[in-house]
Write a protein that binds this ligand. Sequence first.
Ligand code: BGC
Length: 384
Amino acid sequence: MTFPPGFLWGASTAAHQIEGGNVNSDWWQREWGHLAGAPVEEPSGDAADSYHRYREDMDLLARAGLTSYRFSIEWARIQPERGYVSRAAIEHYRRMVAAARERGLEPMVTLHHFTNPVWFTRDGGWHRDAAVDEFRRYVEAALPVLEDVRLVCTVNEPNMVSVLADPDVGFPSVGLPPGVPAVTDRLIAAHRGAVELVRGAGGQAGWTVATQAYQPEPGAEDVAAEYGASREDVFLDAASGDDWVGVQAYTRTRIGTAGPLPIPDDAERTLTGWEYYPAAVGDGIRNAWRRAGVPVYVTENGIATADDERRIAYTTGALQAVEACLAEGVDVRGYLHWSALDNYEWGSYRPTFGLIAWDRETFARAPKPSLAWLGSVARRNALP
Ligand code: BGC
């Protein structure tokens, strides 16, 4: 089958994971042991230096045939100190939007992708009611970046943000902890405020949820429902009045009567330790559609692997699941692969998710065959 006309084909990134030198963010501080939190394996450092090389990155995506690029703007650069707005950072991100448009890439801009300014976290972060208003003021300051942007994501994976708000929890590998309920409430309030501002500026607002494909074993349906309620459903329900919702899917979580089940020994695992399970995106799309009832974009989906053939196989399986959802009548409007580049996987550079590799010394880009492959799918608007 062919995908619907105008279906977006893209790749996604996040500022902290590729820009480099994000020194005023709480993640940078965490990497250097200056903030409480689970220790990380290695710091992000210069990352892929995409803060300076974004044009080159966009060139590669556009030339391959992709039609969209999702990236995040960095709160810690726009407001490196409380009350201060960096006009230079705003201009930088405006140039990025223009660069995407010049290359025929529909920009999808994320306002918050896990990282906060260090002042925000030092003052208590999302554990204070004031956080909602502080986020709103940041979004107001960032509105000039959004002038020529249609698709705006307010908060990336609020369910993960709620989990990460607990300083003793690192980036979880398998099975998502429940999150902090008061933080979840504040994130929903912050999202609502941002949706209003984005719409006021003429954009279409949504947020992107980490869907976990909770699959109950026979008899464990209630456990799975309870499990998914605070970790996924509450965030999808909150998207019901939005312009769209983003699904971010990587693997599944099988649930038994006593909770999540371990990954079977004989299952293939990816470099993050997750089960290789391309169909997960179908579970995520269906749950998002059922609960939010608004157009769905797959805003992240991919695999950490050193074997690019497995990336193509995984993505083929995932796109077949997207096709099945479309055939069922779900309004899926785009597929944005995670990730455009190998990147800083929240503590380590080891898990490689990218369609493009790069040299750690010279930053020279090396597109992988999977980029050309995804580009050809995009040009054809159909799987081979
Ligand atoms: C996040 C990304 C992350 C990816 C793979 C998502 O949770 O939005 O920042 O790199 O999954 O773990």
